[in-house]
Design a protein around this ligand. Structure first.
Ligand SMILES: *Cc1c(COP(=O)(O)O)cnc(C)c1O
Length: 392
């Protein structure tokens, strides 16, 4: 059984490239070139150099002693929170900006919800001296002022999306429109394992460095490369894809995908796509998404802006449908409790997104002494305002 993408860009029934005709030349150029570029020596040399000296990789794999004894398991934390810009997203933007350069692109566009992917994109554009335009819903611009300021400080232009609910999906639509209008000089850096083929596979490969490191780090620390479980939160699914990638074919390693239940899966205020979603097409790929009977997208809700997406990447839809991965949903309240707990028991303040993965420890069944790797996708500085509201 294999979980790799096929020639047509599908993982089982999910994936593909369902795009307007006018986008075809752009996506096709990327599709024809991305694997050759990623596998070339010159790309690998620059990518590995920047990951090491700019991003700060390898990130540590930390044995969380106090947390482990509470759960009677061996819990290891993959510290993506220590990456430059505070989360895993920069692994992808570093890779994509190098690909854009190899394709001769001079102008970069991106979409962002909470602003984390926008910041990671603005960062690499500054690094490479490329023009950067970030589309962001007008409502999100209001809600995420610090990240808007960061993007501007880094030299990016932040363009408000004023249609629809003025959030992430509207920003994505604006970015796609821009790409159609500027096909020759522009590369669109998508921030997760979503979008038309080859994006899900390309982004998964760029994030795969996470599980590549976990394997040798675990071997170094325990003598064994494969853990009993890998746990990661899923918005679009890029940090989970990176953490799962080199374990996909290791059936002895359980993969746990943790979604945001918001106020609860039965409240209409949720983002738990694997529970509430059905098959459909969103942003160019066939996957699971939250939609009504007419195929209209249902607005997702989560306290964490990074998990507040109405779909999941096609790889995750396939992993969950084929039962290779187990999905767990975690409410706002459970995530907040886990964030406070991790801060006090290990001295690490996680991002709200990441806190969902920690809350899943209470819902997973495992045996005494099992080894569990939790992908600590990002740090909590950006969420302090929210945490303060709930501090006792
Ligand atoms: C954006 C973000 C996520 C969610 O995105 P994925 O593509 O699912 O990884 C999770 N954690 C952090 C810290 C993020 O910034």
């Amino acid at each position: 059984m294999t979980y790799s993408i096929n020639e047509e860009g599908f993982y089982g029934a999910f994936g593909g490239a369902f795009i307007p005709e006018m986008l075809y030349p752009n996506v096709e150029t990327l599709r024809r070139n991305y694997l050759d570029i990623i596998q070339s020596d010159s790309f690998q040399e620059e990518y590995q150099y920047l990951l090491k000296q700019y991003v700060g990789r390898p990130t540590p794999l930390y044995f969380a002693k106090r947390l482990s004894s509470e759960f009677d398991a061996k819990i290891y934390l993959k510290r993506e929170d220590l990456c430059h810009t505070g989360a895993h997203k920069v692994n992808n933007t570093i890779g994509q900006i190098l690909i854009a350069q190899k394709l001769g692109k001079k102008r970069i566009i991106a979409e962002t919800g909470a602003g984390q992917h926008g910041v990671a994109t603005a960062t690499v554009c500054a690094l490479m001296g490329l023009e950067c335009i970030v589309y962001m819903g007008a409502v999100d611009i209001e809600r995420q002022a610090p990240n808007v300021a960061r993007m501007k400080m880094l030299g990016a232009e932040v363009r408000p999306a004023t249609s629809g609910s003025q959030t992430l999906k509207d920003a994505t639509n604006e970015a796609i429109r821009d790409w159609i209008a500027n096909p020759a000089n522009t590369h669109y850096i998508i921030g997760s394992v979503v979008g038309p083929h080859p994006y899900p596979d390309m982004v998964a490969r760029l994030q795969a460095i996470i599980s590549e490191e976990i394997r040798w780090q675990l071997k170094e620390q325990t003598g064994k490369e494969t853990p009993d479980m890998v746990v990661a939160c899923v918005g679009g699914g890029s940090n989970a894809a990176g953490a799962f990638y080199h374990f996909l074919e290791e059936e002895s390693t359980r993969l746990i995908a943790v979604e945001a239940a918001g106020l609860g899966v039965d409240t209409n205020e949720s983002a738990a796509t694997s529970v509430l979603g059905s098959k459909g097409i969103i942003h160019g790929s066939r996957t699971l998404l939250m939609q009504d009977e007419d195929g209209q997208i249902i607005e997702p809700y989560s306290i964490s802006a990074g998990l507040d997406y109405p779909g999941i990447g096609p790889l995750h839809a396939h992993l969950i449908e084929s039962k290779r991965a187990e999905a767990i949903s975690i409410t706002d309240k459970e995530a907040l409790d886990a964030a406070f707990h991790l801060s006090r028991v290990e001295g690490i303040i996680p991002a709200l997104e990441t806190a969902h993965a920690f809350a899943a420890l209470h819902k997973m069944k495992f045996n005494s002494g099992d080894s569990i790797v939790i992908n600590l996708s990002g740090r909590g500085d950006k969420d302090l305002g929210t945490y303060q509201k709930f501090m006792k």
